[in-house]
Ligand binder design. Structure first.
Ligand SMILES: [Cu+2]
Length: 337
């Protein structure tokens, strides 16, 4: 115990660093844009730390220098030290800041947010309170589809995003891939991302946008090209027909409940446009905008008590189901691969 007490303070001091661990961190860039930003960050951190150390050293030097009495001193010279102030307080800081400025410009221009001229967005992302609507718009209409909260991209290729908002200002932030970019009602913004290797890169809305801002999460899944193409082909399909009596009953329950007012399941009569598209819900890793693992238990909890899992979210509690109907409904949702 005594040993622990001795290391308690250092441990506490390390605590803030633990927040930087894991994939949702600008310190673990997974693509060219984020690497550039992290290089800028490190350069500034090291440079300014050095400046701080030098300034502190000068301060300490001034303290320990021998002090004399007033009589011993020469008359103080009002004009003295001006050169030091000019050089140390103005010229050197200006030179350092200018250097940092040029370095940042150079680094950020290596992977521009968009390509000069006309952008050709492949994915349109629309921010909603508190989830992400995702349209794949890169090709002709029959190759386009809508999904939500989980964005797949091919590894090693730049992908252009177009960003919009349906309500208030949101901010798209996947730290491993790029910096933040706002989604603003009535204004189109663009962002280019690229992943250097395969993986799931979590992100989240980065500007306070209401009650459930903290649960407005998303994940970008970077896949090798063939896997990405296979995923794309699956997503393009309408929903698969339910198999088994329970799931068939579940589809009926879905149709009879209010779900279709808000949700779309392509290939069925459900064409609601104000909530996440559920056509391939079961292919996603999470629900509630990447807040809860996508499994039967969480789905049942979500459908009946979304307000308990994500208080204030725009999906009501739907508690009308009996056990059989709820199980059937969730079985059906779980088959929407
Ligand atoms: Cu938001």
């Amino acid at each position: 115990m005594k040993g622990f007490r001795r290391i308690r303070l250092p441990l506490l001091l390390l605590l803030p660093l633990s927040a930087c661990h894991g994939p949702q961190s600008t310190l673990h860039p997974a693509g060219p844009a984020a690497s550039n930003l992290s290089q800028i960050g490190w350069a500034i951190y090291i440079l300014f730390s050095a400046v701080a150390v030098i300034v502190l050293a000068l301060l300490v030097y001034a303290f320990v220098r021998r002090h004399g009495s007033l009589e011993e001193h020469e008359r103080w010279n009002a004009g003295g030290g001006q050169k030091a102030v000019l050089v140390g307080g103005l010229l050197i800081p200006l030179a350092i800041l200018f250097g940092v400025f040029v370095f940042s410009l150079k680094r950020t221009s290596e992977f521009p947010i968009r390509d000069g001229g006309v952008p050709h967005p492949q994915i349109l992302v629309i921010g909603h309170q508190w989830w992400w609507e995702v349209h794949y718009i890169g090709g002709p209409p029959d190759t386009q589809f809508v999904t939500a909260n989980e964005i797949h991209i091919p590894v090693g290729r730049p992908v252009d995003l177009e960003l919009l908002s349906a309500d208030v200002i949101h901010s798209f932030w996947v730290p491993a891939l790029h910096g933040k970019m706002d989604l603003i009602p009535g204004q189109v913004n663009f962002l280019r991302i690229e992943a250097a290797h395969a993986g799931s890169f979590p992100g989240q809305c980065a500007v306070f946008c209401g009650e459930q801002h903290a649960h407005m999460r998303l994940v970008v899944v970077a896949q090798p090209l063939d896997q990405y193409r296979a995923w794309y082909k699956d997503q393009l399909q309408p929903a698969s027909k339910p198999t088994g009596a329970v799931a068939v009953h579940g589809e009926q329950v879905f149709d009879d409940a209010a779900c279709a007012l808000c949700h779309t399941i392509r290939g069925t009569a459900a064409e609601g446009k104000v909530a996440p598209d559920l056509t391939h819900l079961a292919s996603r890793q999470y629900i509630g905008a990447d807040s809860f693992r996508n499994n039967m238990g969480n789905l049942a909890g979500w459908v009946t008590h979304a307000q308990a899992l994500k208080p204030g979210c725009l999906m009501p509690n739907l508690t009308v189901f009996n056990g059989t109907d709820l199980r059937a409904l969730v079985t059906y949702l779980n088959q929407l691969k």
